[in-house]
Design a protein around this ligand. Sequence first.
Ligand SMILES: [Zn+2]
Length: 264
Amino acid sequence: MKTKLLKFLRKLKYDYTYGLFDLLRRREKHLLQPYTPEHLRDLTISDCISQNSLILVSADYPTEAECAEDLSALEENHAISHMAVENLRSLFEASETACAEKILFTSTYRTLAFQASIYGVNPYAAKPGESEHHSGLVADIKVDGYAQRRFIMSKTGKWMAKHAHEHGFVIRYPLWGEKRTKVDYEPWHLRFVGAPHAEIMYRMKWVLEDYLNALEKDSFFRYGDYILSAQKGSVFSFPREVETVYISENTKGGYILWSKIKKD
Ligand SMILES: [Zn+2]
């Protein structure tokens, strides 16, 4: 009972300053509409552009190897997957313009060996293999005077919660997603998923786990100009009426494919 009360008071002090505000944000519904294509064509992975931005790394989906592809150095000791670099730059630029606070990295890509060295020392560090930092798609950030839970009390922390999705990133462990992610609120942990996924997740208040489950519920979905589909196997079918098709593993033995509808 006492620990529950302490946990609640701690939440009140930090998390609920903005986490609660985000918790109360209205969830938009039915943004992802089932879609019936007119004509389908067969595709293999080599017909698609591989962008593994939707992989899950968690206690339920641990990895035995670092799964980061094509890392790009950001600054000393920090790197992020090549596919996320441009979005990260545009995100930081927009945030620093809006908030006039310099963003600093606290952690980005981590090897399994590094995770083993901080597990048990850093109270937020997951077991080696269960940390999303192995994916190379993550940046933990802070601003001067506002690190970890206090980050949400900074201008930048609040701005990130509202705008990260506009640049392809999500707050991976929101206060409202604790039960589904099984990770306590981490306002500082940014995860790249790319467009249009970040926007859908933000607007529908879905964490990555929710999003991947939702995509498995029908063959094809439409979101704005995008068509999305979760499929298994090595030959995929996809509507003909699209531009370049992107593909990501979903870590559950399947793939997510997406593309924009061709404009006449
Ligand atoms: Zn993190």
